[in-house]
Design a protein around this ligand. Structure first.
Ligand code: ADA
Length: 566
């Protein structure tokens, strides 16, 4: 199950994770029809990525995953695919029921079970780079785009009328007041529905409300007004029942604001001590076992982090649930990596980006840990042609969820043209690693030079009120490579670099935080770009891909803990 609490306690739900039949073929799949004959000669785990296995390492083509499912005959079904990659077609009893072109994002499909009790489910995965079919991933992305079913698949039998999700917004935390937007399915517009609800162990209330545009809205108040904070991550539940369906949502009472150059959580300025994190592991690819998520979060807490940027795609809901429980703040974003104006003006790319935002917001709305919504990591934002997409994406997020802050990680520096659209100005900074001034011999002191330039820009452009976050900063260090010269790629250079970064960014009131690139090493390019990525890995982790700490670990840990005590 994807949630740590029963979200639909009255429904018949099957978690389809397990051992499935498997077949891999080179080439592309027909998106509309299954081949007549598929040789399922293997069994593979779902969730799982086939291209981490030695026999399929690095292969790109079409994979067929098959399982058999029992349902009530003629049941109305809802399939929740919590994340796959990089493109999928889903067949139920050989009939196409949907295409999932949303890597990492939770996608839902509704269909009828049809007659009989036993059904064949085939998930076709295409992990080729094919811009026409899947423009959301490209070969030059600096993270390996794995093929597989990354997260589990749930199958729900739906009642005639059902409760989809309820979005809970804190309106007055001190009074425990919230606004609830309940999304419903199967009810006619204008129809009055009778529902009962209660928070936590509070007494049940009932309401009669008219459905409008697939939803009903109401204001409510909790008896227990404990607010959610990093120090005390108190969570509440809302249970709603209507007709034959019950929905449970977990949420926190908290308010996030950006003012006078700072981020405020419940009225208190908060400085972000953060790490970027990829969902990646050499043995599991993008399909993370729960143990790994847990271990990573414990390690991040040990490092003194209070903030994680989920780079560069919508996050696993189990990860967000755990961040809710541990009081860790999160930046969640839609997929992207250095997308140029060519991609930004492609209609298919744009449509999928917009759809992914909707899926992300719908799935993650109630996580108190998520304080920032992001999009289009390092897309060309320094050319005027980038404006329409940046405007549309920031505009959507602000309208869909005015309770969080909107941002994007820019590599445009002082040349970025879209910062006015963001609540938080986020810059990726690699001075002292990638040469900033070619003629200097990679001095660690480069950092300050660049920042002086950026801070001047921020003042001159009139952005002093926007919180200023360093969304990425880091240096490569290869695990075990020790060097008394403290040269590039040594653990020593990385440790020196991050010590200086912490000093510069955390000591200054100009920045609302530092988000180090990156928590753990991860597999990267499979093209000639890998000459900048020894081992074809991004080696900027403070732990390696197996989570073994490098020298930088203790340096950052000390800096984060010391600064947090101040
Ligand atoms: C960029 C990018 C990251 C990573 C990083 C690096 O800032 O956003 O995904 O590629 O550079 O390691 O160079």
């Amino acid at each position: 199950m994807m949630n740590f609490y029963p979200q639909y306690p009255s429904r018949k739900i099957q978690d389809l994770g397990g051992i499935w039949d498997f077949c891999f073929t080179e080439g592309a799949a027909d998106p509309a029809v299954l081949p007549e004959k598929i040789e399922y000669s293997e069994k593979l785990s779902v969730p799982g990525c086939f291209d981490v296995l030695p026999r399929y390492a690095g292969k790109r083509g079409t994979a067929y995953y098959r399982t058999f499912v029992r349902t009530t005959p003629e049941a109305k079904l809802l399939m929740k695919i919590f994340g796959l990659g990089t493109w999928g077609a889903i067949f139920w009893d050989k009939k196409l029921i949907g295409i999932d072109a949303q890597p990492y994002a939770p996608v839902e499909m509704e269909f009828d079970a049809g007659g009989g009790k036993l059904h064949e489910l085939v998930v076709v995965i295409d992990n080729r780079f094919d811009f026409a079919r899947q423009p959301l991933v490209r070969e030059l992305y600096d993270f390996y785009c794995y093929g597989g079913i990354y997260r589990t698949i749930e199958l729900h039998e739906l009642p005639e009328n059902s409760l989809d999700r309820a979005q809970v917004t804190t309106t007055d935390p001190a009074a425990g007041k919230v606004a609830v937007k309940l999304l419903v399915k199967g009810f006619a517009d204008g129809e009055t529905i009778h529902l009962t609800y209660h928070f936590d162990d509070d007494a049940e209330q009932s309401l009669d409300l008219a459905v409008s545009g697939g939803k009903v809205e109401f204001d409510a108040q909790l008896a227990d007004k404990t607010i959610w904070s990093c120090e005390n991550p108190a969570l509440h539940t809302l249970e709603i029942s209507c007709g034959g369906d019950t929905l449970v949502e977990r949420f926190g009472l908290r308010v996030v604001k950006a003012e006078k150059g700072k981020i405020f959580l419940n009225g208190k300025a908060v400085k972000l001590f953060g790490f970027n994190r990829h969902e990646s592991h050499p043995e599991f690819g993008a399909a993370q076992p729960l143990e790994l998520i847990l271990e990573d979060l414990d390690t991040l807490k040990d490092l003194g982090a209070n903030f994680i940027r989920g780079s560069h795609y919508p996050q696993d809901q189990r990860f967000l649930d755990l961040c809710d429980e541990r009081g860790l703040l999160v930046w969640e974003e839609t997929i992207g990596w250095g997308d140029t104006i060519k991609e930004q003006s492609d209609a298919h790319f744009v449509a999928l980006q917009k759809e992914q935002q909707q899926l992300m917001v719908k799935a993650s709305f109630n996580h108190p840990c998520v304080i920032l919504w992001g999009f289009l990591n390092e897309a060309d934002s320094w050319v005027p042609e980038s404006r329409p997409l940046f405007e549309a994406m920031a505009g959507f997020l602000r309208a869909a969820d005015p309770t969080r802050l909107v941002t994007y990680a820019s590599k445009g520096g002082a040349g970025d043209l879209n910062y006015d659209l963001a609540d938080v100005m986020s810059m990726n900074c690699y001075a002292g690693w990638y040469p900033f001034k070619e003629e200097t011999y990679r001095p660690l002191g480069e950092l300050q030079l660049l920042l002086d330039e950026w801070l001047k820009f921020r003042r001159d452009a009139g952005f002093l009120d926007k919180p200023y976050l360093i969304s990425e900063n880091g240096a490569g260090g290869i695990y075990g490579w020790r060097d008394r010269f403290r040269g590039h790629w040594s653990e020593e250079y990385q440790a020196d670099y991050l010590e200086q970064s912490c000093d510069v960014f955390l000591n200054s009131d100009d920045f609302c935080g530092l988000c180090i690139w990156v928590y753990a090493d991860f597999r990267s390019y499979s093209t000639s770009r890998a000459v900048k990525r020894p081992r074809a890995f991004n080696n900027k982790g403070v732990v390696d891909e197996y989570r073994r700490p490098k020298l930088a670990y203790d340096v950052v840990k000390k800096a984060f803990h010391d600064f947090r005590k101040k």
